[in-house]
Design a protein around this ligand. Structure first.
Ligand SMILES: O=C(O)COP(=O)(O)O
Ligand SMILES: [Mg+2]
Length: 243
């Protein structure tokens, strides 16, 4: 494995204790800190609203960039926020919210979003999540050709088609002069393939979506945050990091 200089991690389902919780795996947080202490740029890559991702990054104590809104917004630190699209999925979101209101509701985070909007599936319909997601995806992508629809396992996301987690991560790599072969990407949902495919070492956590596990170079033996600890241990050993 080449010297890793940038490591990108999804949040929900990847840094959490499992894929149905938003509780952070604190040992994974410690591992992220150790990675950064050893000079690796640690990037959080999430579909959450940017304030959520930046808040998490700050309180974990990471200093690298943060990606929110499924790649639509990048926070570089200080007051520097960059949008990677000028479009918004708000109109499509409001349409779906009305049409599918029996099955989904709007995430509380939507009042803090500019481009990508999130729909949560009502508890009583969670067992039919993929059916509801597929129906919304077909409806939106037919009626709004500039919008794409993804499902993270936590929420259904309506995102401008001209952006994504991968586009945002490539912008960060460029800005930091990092080559693709110096990077690693870790995720849990097939939505994460967009950024993981831009990295050299493509990692799925053990409990990731089967489609992501199939595409990944490495599937950790442990799930979610415990898989992150596992892969960070490998990076540190490979880079002969000790601090
Ligand atoms: O907000 C979501 O849907 C899940 O967020 P994630 O991209 O960090 O997994
Ligand atoms: Mg996730």
């Amino acid at each position: 494995m080449l010297m890793i200089r940038l490591a990108a991690f999804d949040i929900d389902g990847t840094l959490t204790i499992n894929r149905s919780s938003s509780i952070l795996c604190l040992e994974a947080v410690e591992a992220l800190r150790k990675l950064e202490r050893n000079g690796v740029i640690v990037v959080l890559v999430s579909s959450n609203a940017l304030p959520v991702v930046v808040g998490l990054k700050k309180y974990i104590g990471l200093s690298g960039p943060a990606i929110g809104e499924t790649g639509a917004l990048i926070y570089y630190g200080g007051e520097e926020i960059v949008a990677t699209t000028k479009y918004s999925a708000k109109q499509a979101y409001l349409d779906v919210l009305e049409k599918y209101k029996e099955y989904v509701y709007g995430s509380w985070q939507n009042m803090f979003r500019l481009h990508d909007y999130a729909l949560r599936i009502r508890k009583q319909y969670l067992s039919r999540d993929n059916e509801i997601y597929s129906s919304i995806k077909e409806y939106v992508e037919n009626k709004y050709p500039h919008i794409k629809v993804g499902y993270s396992g936590y929420a259904i996301h309506l995102t401008p088609k001209d952006t994504g987690k991968g586009k945002a991560l490539k912008q960060i790599m460029e800005k930091h002069g990092i080559k693709q072969e110096e990077t690693i990407g870790v995720g849990d949902s097939i939505m994460d393939w967009e950024f993981i495919k831009e990295t050299k070492i493509k990692v799925a956590v053990a409990n990731a979506d089967p489609e992501l596990r199939k595409k990944a170079d490495i599937v950790t033996t442990k799930p979610s945050g415990y898989g992150v600890i596992e892969i960070i241990g490998k990076i540190l050993a490979n880079n002969k990091f000790t601090r």
